[in-house]
Write a protein that binds this ligand. Structure first.
Ligand code: HEC
Ligand code: HEC
Length: 250
């Protein structure tokens, strides 16, 4: 009898310990959500240091590259940035090179994420994003008005509360690739309603609508005064990966 009680006692302790460690582990690796990050107060000063690694690819200005490989981040809504960072970390987007960097900023809890997003909000947008060939703009406008405007807004300004991305001022090839990847399901986080609405788009349709969007101008107060604007938080000799790529090609 005694040994039975003893066994029960140990079993009970085991279960309690199990529940406790499960709870603690769950706490330590709590899965980030949009609200767990957006409810924090971002500190742009710390965000500046966090952004240093991001600048290696997205450039110190946050303008990405005109070939659209690296998207512009400046001007994007905070909730969209947060959601995309979570999605990239979770492998919902086709961007293997960035995953370790997305992992790193979630490592110490979620404060670094809130901070870097606050810092990005201080950066002006590029006055010279790349645009398409300009050959099918009427079609692009028609498609946009009919099928995109209801979510992304008349000027492709997006909506922070609903996490609809701002699209204005974004590089043409980036827009093209994302729309295509959402259509093809390569971008797994794509909005389902959007995916259905573009299911029948041809490549030419996607080019036309991307071209139209890339020419929508953001408000002047969101844009840098000149293409020569340099982010004063970075030394002039900071070399980003895109700059290297450009140098090699030229
Ligand atoms: C090694 C290069 C690299 C680094 C470093 C990097 N990124 Fe990225 N990032 C990319 C690429 C490439 C994409 C576009 C992926 C695609 O085409 O879907 C991207 C996409 C994004 C997006 C999605 C933008 C959108 O409009 O949906 C966000 C947000 C982002 N990065 C933020 C960051 C932040 C913040 C950091 C620093 C913590 C960072 N990135 C570091 C390469 C990088
Ligand atoms: C029902 C609302 C809705 C409609 C309609 C819609 N979208 Fe979207 N779109 C979204 C949402 C939400 C996202 C972000 C999804 C996510 O979290 O990745 C998105 C993402 C995008 C992106 C990626 C942006 C980025 O920075 O990575 C592009 C480009 C885009 N949409 C273009 C379009 C175009 C062009 C149309 C019309 C043909 C369209 N969308 C119609 C809701 C919509």
């Amino acid at each position: 009898m005694k040994s039975n009680n003893h066994a029960k006692h140990w079993l009970g302790r085991l279960i309690v310990t199990g529940i406790l460690s499960h709870f603690l582990m769950g706490f330590a690796i709590a899965t980030p959500t949009l609200s767990s990050v957006s409810s924090l107060n971002g500190d742009a000063k710390n965000g500046k240091d966090v952004y240093h690694t991001c600048a290696l690819c997205h450039t110190p200005q946050g303008w990405g590259t005109e070939n659209g490989y690296y998207p512009q981040l400046s001007g994007q809504h905070p909730n969209v940035l947060i959601k995309q960072l979570i999605d990239i970390k979770q492998g919902n987007r086709e961007v293997p090179t960035m995953i370790p960097f997305a992992d790193e900023i979630f490592d110490k809890g979620h404060q670094d994420v809130a901070d870097v997003v606050s810092y990005i909000a201080t950066l002006p947008m590029t006055p010279k994003n790349s645009v398409g060939a300009g050959t099918n703009l009427e079609r692009g406008k028609k498609l946009y008005t009919k099928q995109c405007e209801s979510c992304h807004g008349a000027n492709a300004e997006g909506n922070n509360e609903k996490s609809y991305p701002l699209l204005q001022g974004q590089h043409y090839e980036y827009l093209f690739r994302q729309i295509l990847w959402i259509q093809e399901g390569i971008r797994k986080n794509g909005d389902e309603e959007m995916r259905l609405s573009i299911a029948a788009f041809t490549d030419a349709d996607i080019r036309a609508v991307s071209d139209y969007i890339s020419r929508i101008k953001p408000d002047k107060n969101k844009v840098a005064e000149s293409i020569d604007w340099q982010n004063p938080d970075f030394h002039g000799d900071f070399v980003s990966a895109p700059a290297n790529v450009k140098n090699k090609k030229q």
